[in-house]
Design a protein around this ligand. Structure first.
Ligand code: AMP
Length: 377
């Protein structure tokens, strides 16, 4: 299957090609034509399935048929649970908008940052990507109107509900125009969700996909035996020994992440920390610097690391092992995406040995444990 068979225009196809997407993912094959056909969608799909592009691409095309927006009436609303997802979705939309004839304005709004700049941006917004709380704040200040929303997307709806946003969502839904297209994505399905779906979606097309398989076999995995006090020097040695364009280092705590960054910077290696103790602004800035290649090393905790969406990451280093084997696969999975080959290196101390064996057993894969004794640390 080819992207050109899905009914997308040539400007979008150019942007898709520039994004290095070769073939559409299963969810895109099903969702894109249906959304272009103005159907409601119920997608059971986790992150990693390609769900973002599956709704953003057809929405951008639908907007091409509309007059430029000069008001504060929002035609497309995307509700998301977190700031990270809001920024990511907006970025995907901007990325795919680059060659379009009719300019599309996408704005992401979320809490934790000042509201005034967001209020100023509402005029002429085509796609508003918002977390529920901040959207209500903006509505209460009359910064925008949802009475003419034509397409509503509820992304990661299970997470929205798990985070306790049910009231907010109901309030927002009551502000929306009645005649609109609804698109809902959720990684899981349960009774509460089923209820919302029956009242919200109109004869939806149901699409269900599994998470894109992490291509573990494409990833070259190995580990170094090291004493706890030599971990820092070994990390620097590894970073300096190759020409990886980007390196993502994982630690298990915020404190270690900060310590590792301090040590790296002291030793002349440009590194930046990414974790929950940082303000939203600082996190966005860190990620931008890393993505654009200005900073080569990003040091993240598991929780914060989930929000990082980067294709073709060449190297992941586990400065510390994650607690669960699932997290291990999640961490290293960033290097084996979309057929790209990457490396994953774990630093293993005596104390880690047992846990390291369990991870390998669960993953059903042997990871070579190398000595670091010969390195001049
Ligand atoms: P998502 O599930 O939307 O978070 O997407 C997961 C990752 O897959 C993102 O890094 C996307 O850029 C990437 N992606 C989505 N669709 C494709 C595709 N057709 N080909 C290659 N990569 C894709």
């Amino acid at each position: 299957m080819n992207f050109s068979k899905l009914g997308l225009n040539k400007e979008l196809l150019t942007a898709i090609e520039k994004a290095n997407y070769i073939d559409p993912y299963p969810i895109q094959i099903e969702a894109i034509p249906a959304i272009l056909d103005h159907q409601d969608i119920l997608g059971i799909a986790p992150t990693g399935s390609g769900k973002t592009a599956s709704y953003i691409l057809p929405i951008l095309q639908i907007l091409q048929g509309k007059k430029e927006n000069r008001s504060r009436n929002i035609p497309v609303l995307v509700l998301v649970p977190t700031r990270e997802l809001a920024s990511q979705v907006a970025q995907v939309a901007e990325n795919f908008s680059r060659y379009l004839k009719r300019r599309v304005k996408t704005v992401a709004v979320f809490g934790g940052v000042s509201i005034n700049p967001q209020m100023m941006k509402m005029n002429g917004t085509d796609i508003l990507v918002a977390t529920p709380g901040r959207l209500l704040d903006l509505l209460s200040k009359n910064s925008l109107s949802l009475s003419e929303v034509e397409v509503l997307v509820l992304d990661e709806m299970d997470k929205v509900l798990n985070m306790g946003f049910r009231e907010e969502v109901n309030q927002i839904l009551s502000d929306l125009s009645k005649k609109r297209q609804n698109i809902l994505f959720s990684a899981t399905m349960d009774e509460a969700l089923e209820k919302i779906i029956t009242s919200l979606l109109n004869n939806p097309k149901r699409i269900s996909v599994k998470p894109a398989e992490v291509e573990v076999d494409l990833i070259e995995q190995y580990a170094y035996r090291v004493s706890p006090e030599k971990k820092g020097p070994l990390l620097r040695y590894i970073i300096n020994s190759g020409d990886w364009s980007q390196i993502l280092v994982f630690t298990s705590s915020i404190r270690t992440a900060n310590n590792v960054v301090n040590k790296l910077v002291k030793n002349g290696i440009d590194a930046i920390a990414f974790h929950g103790d940082k303000s939203q602004g600082a996190r966005t800035e860190a990620l931008d610097k890393f993505k654009s290649g200005k900073t080569r090393v990003l040091v993240a905790t598991d929780l914060a690391g989930r929000g990082i969406d980067i294709q073709f990451l060449p190297l992941v280093i586990n400065f510390e092992l994650p607690r669960s084997p699932k997290d291990y696969v999640h961490r290293i999975g960033r290097t084996g995406r979309a057929g790209a080959t990457g490396e994953a290196i774990s630093l293993i101390t005596e104390e880690d040995l047992h846990h390291f064996k369990i991870i390998q057993k669960k993953m059903k894969k042997h990871i070579q444990l190398r000595s670091s004794d010969d390195f001049d640390l």
